[in-house]
Design a protein around this ligand. Sequence first.
Ligand code: AAO
Length: 463
Amino acid sequence: PTPSVERAAPDAGIQLFQLPWSSIAEECETRLGPAGFAWVLTSPPNESIAREEWWASYQPVSYGLNSRLGTRDEFADMVKRCDAAGVAVIADAVINHMTGQDAAGTGFAGTPYAHDEYPGLYGPDDFHHCGLTPGDDIVDYTSREQVQTCELVNLADLDTSGEQVQRTIVAYLDDLLSLGVAGFRIDAAKHMAADDVAAIVGRLPEGTRIMSEVIRSAREPVQPEEYTGFGEVFEFSYARDLDPQLESGVFADPELEGDRPAHVPADRAVVFIDNHDTERGEADITYRDGRLYVIANALMLADDYGTPVVYSGYAFSDRDSGAPAEADGTVSPASCADAGGPAESYADGERTCVQAWPAIAGMLEFRAVAGAAPRLEGVSDGDAYGFEREGRGVVAVNVGDETQTLAVPTTLPSGQYCDVVSGGKDAIDGEGCRGAAYTVDGGVVRFELAPQTAAAIHLGSRR
Ligand code: AAO
């Protein structure tokens, strides 16, 4: 038995999509902090249009912090409580645009707005009117000019090169920082010139964490690499490369020397299996594929590339459906305290509570023990695949429909280990395993993997 094994500080994050602030605060205290999540990505905190679709959050009306997800006070309380639990808050910052162009209206917190008019914030001169396409909408993503000066799905496009616009955005972000947030996801960063984003975030205090959303496409001129000079970017290629392997059972090791081809450098990459857009779009593997989703998350959390962010939202059959809400429009609080998972199926609106899945907690522990140890060359056999984080742990998966054994050579010391995906050790100093147990013997560990399961052992799961 190894009583104390060195653990790296947590680095993984979790996106809690459309979850109210009061519920995130509770999750931080009861689950995220103890499990070892380093940060939580929230949905946009500012006032937006008053509609019940989830995407209302992406149409800002003002920078007041009253939204369907809670009040300013509730947001501030959440940041404090998460911080105290060791979980930093990253807020989703929608700064490329304001509302759709259709009509005048009143925001969720009562602020009036009209076409290109957001009283006290912006007027017509603060917006792009590209004049390049009918209705000024982006039509052709191969045109940098359209992507960065026309309107993304008809949303009033701020001219982020303007001094006054930059100042107004910085004041908003500074306000959030004053409440203790650690950084921002920059929504639709592709649609702002990288120089504009650099100028805006350059005015924020040093150390502010920036994660730009720049969806990679080989066919387009605007590339994620342009946004790595001032922060991290979400690397959309990660899941695009991984998912087909899990679906086909044909595995290929990533390039293990240096950075991966066609991915941003590891220290700039935020990686994910899915997010709120891709689970409604391009992602092949989502909560609907419970077992494969666990496998995908296990491989991501076991990896040595980038900073992973786990995703947790709610089930839906209609792409537009918002999270379950109260009569006054506020999103209903939800608790994952008693949740396990993955479930065989989810009812519409039901929270997936991925942060509560035992496999995720086990893999966060694996990740902490693996620390900076390099990923070694993988082994694949039939529908099974596995790899070692040198001297620290071994992960193995079987994506097929038959039970399969997989022998992985390892430098782990000989002995018995508990699989942390199926339960781990039964107590901190316990002798038994809650789930499967595996033996490392003579430099090999032989996994016995049920259909569509993952397993992982590490120095800290030795019994
Ligand atoms: C809503 C209505 C609209 C209405 C509008 C205004 O749905 O009908 O016109 O209001 O009234 C969200 C929703 C939208 C919603 C919007 C505002 O998704 O439906 O519009 O709120 O309420 C592009 C952007 C990217 C953006 C993504 C959705 O580049 O930044 O579109 N994501 C963020 C948020 C998202 C949010 C917004 C931005 C707006 O995460 O939730 O929208 O704040 C290609 C391009 C990408 C492009 C996609 C989609 O990607 O490369 O840049 O993303 O197409 O157009 C393959 C390809 C890849 C392709 C990808 C996805 O993998 O390789 O190139 O598929 O299709």
